[in-house]
Design a protein around this ligand. Structure first.
Ligand code: AVJ
Length: 321
């Protein structure tokens, strides 16, 4: 009985996604389930790996352009950050922009409160209005910021997790949330040498492998699974046709297991697709943003052109082409 009581309470959406995903013709589990507590810790560790260039490249780029960014944006902005506000990038942007208010949006309430408190210590004079919500959907911003010009902040190339259709949906929802005349600062990872990409998603220390395999541990713990985790290995592949890194978990032998009382079987070599990380060329990022009603007004990239930060403006509705 104790084991049952000790088991973390499973999110019904997690159960649904895992059961449907494992039964699909191409087995796949949505990437957001990689980020339980342990998964989030492992991702933090990934961002410090020598091979994982995105975080440090974007942070350095943001620092480099902060003066320019400050000049381009009027004071008194309300900065709305979509997703984790715990990164080192947030204070860099806030210093650059000197906003009147900061609105972090995150689906995890605990996480949101912790990071808002940490930020409040760093910026004691800033009005912080955390919003616990799913940023994939349009939402109402706090009334206190209604009159302020809005600046969306979506760093980390998180947009890269989404296929184009969903990415455009999200960008359009962001435009709705932020409203007319708003702007967006978004980080997007560039297409580059495949070896650099593969190393970034399959590091020598095996942290990314542990991050990916943690999903199986999570399924076992939360959904009463019997997955033999040791019989799977982490794979990172470059899908050139779709311009993305894919993470998979590959069965090393024929195996069978149960999750929540249901049976699953994998043949050696079959995989569970766990994440996409799309990479964008110069024109790709523009067409993605334009499809959602955002016009790019500036783009900055590092010396190697590995990562881009784009500043976009919500385009007014028009009849003319
Ligand atoms: C947090 C989605 C930006 O795609 O680079 C890192 C996640 N996965 N290593 C990325 C991730 C494997 C990361 N994002």
């Amino acid at each position: 009985m104790a084991a049952v009581l000790d088991r973390p309470k499973a999110d019904p959406a997690f159960r649904e996604d895992v059961l449907a995903g494992l039964s699909a013709p191409i087995p796949a589990v949505p990437a957001r389930w990689l980020y339980d507590r342990r998964g989030s810790e492992l991702f933090e560790e990934i961002t410090r790996l020598p091979e994982y260039y995105p975080t440090r490249t974007e942070t350095a780029l943001l620092e480099r352009i902060s003066g320019e960014l400050g000049d381009l944006l009027d004071p008194g902005q309300a900065v709305v950050e979509f997703g984790s506000g715990s990164s080192a990038k947030t204070p860099v942007l806030l210093r650059a922009v000197a906003p009147a208010a900061y609105i972090p949006i995150d689906i995890s309430g605990d996480f949101l409160r912790d990071s808002a408190e940490a930020l409040a210590r760093l910026c004691p004079n800033l009005a912080i209005h955390p919003v616990e919500a799913d940023f994939m959907r349009r939402l109402d911003l706090p009334a206190a910021v209604a009159q302020m010009p809005k600046l969306g902040f979506f760093p980390g190339s998180t947009i890269g997790n989404l296929v184009a259709r969903t990415a455009v949906d999200l960008l359009r929802e962001m435009k709705e949330t932020l409203g007319e005349g708003s702007r967006l600062v978004i980080g997007m990872d560039r297409i580059k040498d495949v070896d650099v990409l593969l190393r970034a998603y399959d590091d020598a220390a095996g942290v990314t492998a542990a991050f990916n395999l943690n999903l199986l541990h999570r399924i076992n713990a939360e959904l009463d699974g019997t997955i033999p985790v040791d019989a799977f290995r982490h794979r990172a592949i470059w899908n050139d046709a779709l311009s993305r890194i894919e993470m998979h978990l590959e069965a090393l032998r024929d195996l069978a297991f149960t999750v929540d009382g249901r049976n699953f079987a994998f043949k050696a070599g079959e995989t569970i697709h766990t994440e996409n990380s799309h990479k964008y060329g110069y024109r790709d990022s523009r067409i993605l943003l334009r499809a959602a009603g955002w016009g790019v007004t500036r783009e900055w990239t590092d010396d190697k052109q590995w990562f881009s930060i784009l500043l976009a403006e919500a385009e007014p509705p028009r009849f003319a082409p």
